[in-house]
Write a protein that binds this ligand. Structure first.
Ligand code: ADP
Ligand code: MG
Length: 335
């Protein structure tokens, strides 16, 4: 019962918004910061500049409330404490949890996501060495991306992989490299290797990586009867997902066919993701994970006892107003 209570104390879905500071370019252009945040009431306001038909300017205010809102002064450590830290212990209680970073390109998704698996694995090792000492727990890391609806292994030279379902609601990416790790240093090396392997295409790293979803998974497994010669059994899993730039889903009218197709795929996956997260709140509802490759891959994290954290990243500058409102409306629907 104690374990069950521990699990129940962590919200099933948590939506957090993070605002990044204005960058040098935006400051040089004297762009305004249009976001005000009130951490005490977990609310924020977007101040949108508009022009009336008679050309007079006015400001329209849009208010939003989330589980937590983080202003530009908040550190990555504080983000970790608010989002992933409470989930780590329940991974040992057969829970699957997913942490998403959503937002337009340049809003801080990668900046926010990169340190999280490292801090989480630090805490997982601590639990394995103290609370669960000598109980046969092991930690495994895998890292892959979904680009244009296809899966590529980021820890194996971007090898293209296929997916299989075993009929017991378990998804398996056939041939995905999983590394057993016993030190945070190794986790760090694997993350760096995977990031270097992310799709760079011909137009430069940032441009292309904004069109793929990067998925890093930490799987806690346990030896069966302490037997090292048998494959260990999966206990719980923590997935970190650095989503494709949300504005890419609108690339469906681009002149380039490839870009159009990728845009359509991203649009489809972000819509399917929203529907799947919303269905989590309804325990017996149908979960529409067949809607996209992303949600199919995450199928096992949407069924049974699971937890989801959505970190919505927003840019503060007036030029990003439309994208920011889109991101906040998406987050609002998930909540
Ligand atoms: P995205 O992955 O959403 O495209 P990035 O994480 O690459 O965006 O962030 C874009 C730029 O802004 C990077 O140079 C990053 O270092 C910087 N940045 C993002 N968030 C913050 C933040 N909270 N504080 C300081 N710099 C940030
Ligand atoms: Mg990024």
């Amino acid at each position: 019962l104690a374990d069950k209570e521990k699990t129940n104390n962590v919200a099933k879905i948590k939506v957090v918004v993070r605002k990044r500071p204005l960058n040098k370019k935006e400051l040089a252009k004297r762009e305004e910061d249009i976001i005000t945040i009130n951490p005490n009431s977990s609310s924020l306001t977007v101040h949108e500049s508009k022009v009336k038909v008679d050309l007079t300017e006015y400001v329209e205010k849009h208010g939003f409330v989330f589980d937590a809102v983080m202003n530009e002064g908040v550190t990555n450590d504080e983000i970790y404490s608010e989002t992933v830290e409470p989930i780590v212990p329940i991974i040992f209680q057969k829970t699957k949890a997913t942490c998403f970073a959503y937002g337009q390109t340049g809003s801080g998704k990668t900046y926010t996501m990169q340190p999280l698996p490292l801090k989480a694995s630090q805490d997982i090792f601590r639990l394995m060495h103290h609370t669960y000492r000598n109980q046969g727990f092991q930690l495994f890391v895998s890292f892959f991306e979904i680009y244009g609806g296809k899966v590529f292994d980021l820890l194996n030279d971007r090898k293209k992989l296929c997916m299989r379902e075993d009929g017991k609601q378990q998804v398996c990416i056939v041939g995905l490299q999983e590394y057993m790790v016993s030190h945070v240093e190794t986790v760090k090396e694997l993350i760096e290797r995977g990031n270097a392997t992310r799709s760079t295409g011909t137009t430069g790293a940032n441009e292309e990586s904004s069109r793929s979803h990067a998925i890093l998974q930490l799987a806690v497994k346990r030896l069966i009867d302490g037997n090292e010669s048998k494959p260990p059994r999966l206990v719980g899993k923590l997935s970190f997902i650095d989503l494709a730039g949300s504005e890419r889903g609108a690339d469906t009218t681009d002149n380039d066919k490839q870009t159009r197709m990728e845009g359509a795929e991203i649009n489809k996956s972000l819509l399917a993701l929203k529907e799947c997260i919303r269905a989590l709140d309804n325990d017996h509802g149908h979960i529409p994970f067949r809607g996209s490759k992303l949600t199919e891959v995450l199928r096992d994290s949407f069924v049974g006892n699971s937890r989801t954290v959505m970190i919505s990243c927003i840019s503060p500058n007036s030029g990003s107003c439309e994208h920011t409102l889109n991101t906040l409306r998406y987050a609002d629907r998930v909540k």
